[in-house]
Design a protein. Structure first.
Length: 253
């Protein structure tokens, strides 16, 4: 198996992901990005490959009533998913999915590829595409641009980041027709660069979680740029650089 995240981070995520500014904002962006493509389509069976604590799958099962199969490689994440009441959670490796060919019409992968050792991303792309039905949709998010790697990246065992060109090439090579790929979490990128490349090295900060709670006023302030990005990306626009990448594609028939 490959692609483990630091188990210590699961508890931090579980405590923060409902309300923390970054999780709220990035969910809004991702759903706007996804919904623009899926408008009018019925989701018969979906997979979240790398569900973590299962919170996103829970939202899709309970609010959208999508038949989502949540899968993760780590029992640490699946334990939280089951405590939350997420249904049909299974353990599996994104580079060797435990499903037959072509059974999902929607596959989601959120912040998984960056945890794979370099060289395994192509295997994961091939597997994510393999389990898609012809014409099915793959939507993913992953960490972008090596220059924005942080102490938090080290803490969570992030192995790699991607450029838009490399990500597109990987999934085109796996048999996807790319419909859209854009950077996101872009408006805060200059702040992130200053923090990760100047402030953290200057203070010689050790790797640590990046999801510690902040004051309510700061939470609102940091969420505001992501809300703007959600509207921008939801309108079909994109960004030339950012801390994350969003990609959506369809399996070639």
């Amino acid at each position: 198996m490959s692609g483990y995240m630091n188990p210590a981070e699961f508890a931090n995520i579980r405590n923060a992901e409902r309300d923390f500014w970054w999780y709220r904002g990035m969910r809004e962006i991702f759903f706007r990005f996804l919904d623009r493509h899926l408008a009018g389509r019925k989701i018969r069976r979906a997979l979240e490959a790398g569900c973590g604590t299962g919170y996103l799958s829970s939202l899709m099962q309970n609010q959208r009533h999508w038949p989502v199969v949540p899968m993760d490689i780590s029992w640490d994440g699946l334990r939280y998913a089951r405590e939350m009441g997420v249904q049909h959670a299974v353990q599996g490796d994104t580079t060797s999915l435990p499903f037959p060919d072509g059974i999902f019409d929607l596959v989601l992968s959120i912040d998984v590829l960056s945890h794979l050792p370099r060289g395994e991303e192509a295997r994961a792309a091939a597997e994510l595409t393999r389990v898609l039905a012809p014409g099915g949709t793959l939507a993913l998010r992953t960490a972008a641009l090596d220059i924005l790697r942080s102490r938090h990246s080290e803490f969570i065992a992030e192995h790699q980041r991607f450029t838009r060109r490399r990500l597109v090439e990987i999934f085109e090579g796996a048999g996807l027709r790319i419909r859209r790929c854009t950077y996101a979490n872009s408006l805060l990128a200059p702040v992130a660069f200053a923090k990760f490349r100047i402030w953290e090295p200057l203070l010689r900060q050790t790797p640590s979680t990046g999801v510690a709670p902040v004051a309510p006023w700061l939470d609102r302030l940091l969420h505001a740029p992501l809300a703007l990005e959600s509207a921008w990306i939801g309108a079909g626009r994109g960004f030339a650089a950012g801390q994350s990448l969003l990609l959506i594609g369809e399996k070639i028939i």
